[in-house]
Design a binder for this molecule. Sequence first.
Ligand SMILES: Cc1cc2nc3c(=O)[nH]c(=O)nc-3n(C[C@H](O)[C@H](O)[C@H](O)COP(=O)(O)OP(=O)(O)OC[C@H]3O[C@@H](n4cnc5c(N)ncnc54)[C@H](O)[C@@H]3O)c2cc1C
Length: 475
Amino acid sequence: MKDVVIIGAGIIGCFLAYDLSKYDLKIAVVEKNMDVASGATKANSAIVHSGHDPKDGTLKALLNVRGSRMYEQICKDLNCHYEKIGAYVLACGAEEEDTLLQLAKQAENRNIPFEVHTHQEIVSREQNISDEVTKGLWLPSTAIITPWEVSCVLMDNAIERGTELHLNTEVTSIEKMNHGYRIVTSKGEMMSKVVINCAGVHADEVTAMVNPHPGFTITARRGEYFVLDHLKDPVVSIILFPVPSSKGKGVLLVPTIHHNLLLGPTSDPIDEKENVDSTKEGLAEVREKMHKLIKNVPMNQVVRTFSGNRPSGSTHDFVLEEDDLNPGFLICGAIESPGIASAPAISEYMIEHFVSKRLQLLNKNNLPALVLRQRLLSEMSDTERNDKISKDSRYGKIVCRCEQISEGEIVEAIHRNTPVLTLGAVKRRLRPGMGRCQGGFCEPLVLKILARELKLSLNEIVLEEAGSNVLLEKR
Ligand SMILES: Cc1cc2nc3c(=O)[nH]c(=O)nc-3n(C[C@H](O)[C@H](O)[C@H](O)COP(=O)(O)OP(=O)(O)OC[C@H]3O[C@@H](n4cnc5c(N)ncnc54)[C@H](O)[C@@H]3O)c2cc1C
């Protein structure tokens, strides 16, 4: 019998696993995909929003403000990337300026640092700002992270403290028993006293496994992006938002931790919750809307497009509760934006309000982190790097030239606590395939290394999910 089974290893499931693994509990995380952070957590703007935007009185407002204040220390503890680069919300004309001033008021009420700047003040900081922009709300506490990096290191730590992670394992039904729940998966069954549903776009369906009237539904809202290569002269060095509309935060420009630039996202409801195709129409909308905020975007530097699906809830707020009919069945549903920014606070809220009422939480290990993010050769001094190469020559063999990643680093990533089973997983750990050539040169080498380390044949290696085999037969 487990104490807690967490369904879904997105950033919410990973934070809960990390926080709960500090207590003396038997924990399992069940994830249907072949990697952690492979749902919404994989494809988003990666912004730790300051918390100025959600409506008063919502869980989104409460937990975004709290989460944003927690992140810097958490990333420091885990050695994960975190950069407080700041953001502008930009208004074009009198009507938008009114909305901008309301947001400023909201920021003031929530003790979030802000300043209101004129067009001239904004241009003196960011020279490519469009002439249409009349005012800007400057939010210096807005930060960027890499959500899948944080998720992986959280999970590395949870596993180090004894948490079981079951990848490629889908929860197909749940039955309430006298003392807990029977969770049936594609790979067998397990019993648990408490179940935490962190199933992203499927959280409504997973709740329906125990309650035919879950009280909320989830619509997937697709967001499409362009990714620009890292440039010698970046177009912008901070995040740019338009004023928000009923469709959300709008089309943004977001520098990433690794100095790429994201342009997007759109926000369109779609029927197939897992469909992350990019579309001609969506990308055209991004191009058109970004010009309102910025000029001189070198679109010939686009290296990729991608899209991600928001789990948008019918209640227009996060659903964080214990199911009415099922004590011990806990729900983290409808975690759309600002879900990344709020994630540490969502985990804290769930443990404080619900888990602690069902389980005795005895502290096992209060250390902040046992496992840190893998340190890369590019972060080492020449002496450290030479030392590493002299001990293992694979660190001297560069596999990905765009991002300068060696074979030794890839092998090290594959053998960390959180399993690396797919080419996509290697890419998210170390970035081979994320550079200008998009894997054109390095992918065959990464494929060989992965097959060798996992003791599989080349044609068993998949890109992301079961069935996405890269090679089909040997000729
Ligand atoms: C376009 C876009 C932009 C965004 N930008 C931001 C931003 O800048 N800042 C911000 O704060 N937030 C942002 N968000 C929101 C943020 O990405 C999400 O709130 C967050 O990633 C949700 O995390 P999660 O763990 O709840 O869900 P997910 O990451 O989707 O994880 C859920 C997991 O559950 C698994 N699962 C589902 N069903 C089952 C089952 N039956 N059995 C086993 N496993 C199952 C899935 O495979 C998945 O891995 C954005 C989202 C999108 C799509």
